[in-house]
Write a protein that binds this ligand. Structure first.
Ligand SMILES: C[C@@]1(CC(=O)O)C2=NC(=C\c3[nH]c(c(CCC(=O)O)c3CC(=O)O)Cc3[nH]c(c(CC(=O)O)c3CCC(=O)O)/C=C3\N/C(=C\2)[C@@H](CCC(=O)O)[C@]3(C)CC(=O)O)/[C@H]1CCC(=O)O
Ligand SMILES: NC(=O)c1ccc[n+]([C@@H]2O[C@H](COP(=O)([O-])OP(=O)(O)OC[C@H]3O[C@@H](n4cnc5c(N)ncnc54)[C@H](O)[C@@H]3O)[C@@H](O)[C@H]2O)c1
Length: 212
């Protein structure tokens, strides 16, 4: 068993500090922004794509070398430099104040690591090898992408849209019947074939027939 405990973290409007502004920082920043974090980068230099993000006011940049006072109210810290002393300092500062830290070139200093992620709307599959081989994590993600295609986004949106009504209006036995029907494969197949409206119709009919 991996010694890392997997969780999904709500980062909407939460401050995150990224130390360093190179290629790896760019990858981490893009994913953070996609998930709504407020990203502040501290680095003397920035990758051109990060400069664009800063110019577009998608994230903030302090043009300087990292020092302890750069750590403010951030919930997560990423240290993305290749310089051992900088990474050690950031890791030490973060841990003193119980902040979670990811050091991109030193798993031993990490209190969290980032998985390879496949997302299809509300479906999120995170793959980790615990640092043994990020390439294998990426390969598994690519294999999963073949199996769990784009249709899952609409499929899960449709299922999710029924949760409140089913919870409020059906008995436990009816709920089981409803969800078994909704997930028996037909809805997914219809959506894969571009027939979302038909899938919606089948679910509506099933709900009505259970209500009697
Ligand atoms: C999943 C992903 C997420 C992301 O970063 O977004 C991610 N690394 C990815 C790619 C990748 N990283 C590296 C290569 C080059 C090949 C190679 O070296 O293997 C490739 C492949 C590529 O580029 O395709 C190099 C590398 N990575 C780490 C070290 C340091 C070390 O091992 O000591 C070195 C060596 C540097 C050197 O040799 O100097 C460390 C970490 N990388 C992790 C995550 C964490 C563990 C994940 C896990 O295993 O569960 C961990 C521990 C910390 C962290 O970063 O969170 C992302 C794939 C995203 C995707 O495409 O889906
Ligand atoms: N975890 C991963 O997924 C992963 C993947 C590939 C490589 N790596 C490792 O991550 C490290 C970073 O790789 P990279 O390609 O982004 O390197 P890079 O050289 O492109 O970027 C390093 C960044 O750190 C900044 N920096 C330097 N000194 C600083 C300081 N004192 N304070 C703040 N910022 C400072 C630089 O200006 C630069 O922007 C390397 O050690 C690399 O081996 C990790």
């Amino acid at each position: 068993m991996s010694h890392y405990y997997p969780i999904y973290v709500e980062l909407q409007n939460k401050p995150v500090l990224v130390v360093g502004g190179g290629t790896v920082a760019l990858r981490k920043v893009k994913t953070l922004l996609e998930h709504g974090a407020v990203v502040r980068i501290v680095s003397p230099e920035l990758h051109p794509e990060l400069v664009e993000l800063v110019d577009d006011e998608r994230c903030l940049w302090k043009k300087k070398e990292y020092s302890a006072d750069d750590l403010q109210d951030e919930v997560l810290v990423f240290s993305c430099t290749e310089i051992e002393e900088v990474n050690s300092a950031a890791a030490g500062d973060a841990q003193k104040s119980m902040r979670l830290i990811n050091v991109v070139d030193d798993p031993e200093k990490c209190t969290f690591i980032v998985p390879s992620i496949l997302e299809r709307g509300d479906l999120s599959i995170a793959v980790s090898t615990g640092g043994s081989s990020p390439i294998v994590a990426r390969q598994i993600r690519a294999e999963l992408a073949e199996h769990y295609g784009e249709a899952y986004e609409d499929y899960l949106t449709l299922l999710g849209s029924w949760r409140k009504d089913v919870k409020a209006r059906l008995t436990a036995e009816q709920k089981e019947k409803f969800w078994n029907r909704a997930t028996d494969g037909e809805m997914l197949e219809l959506i894969k074939n571009g027939r979302l409206d038909d899938a919606k119709g089948v679910m509506q009919k099933c709900f009505q027939s259970l209500l009697g």
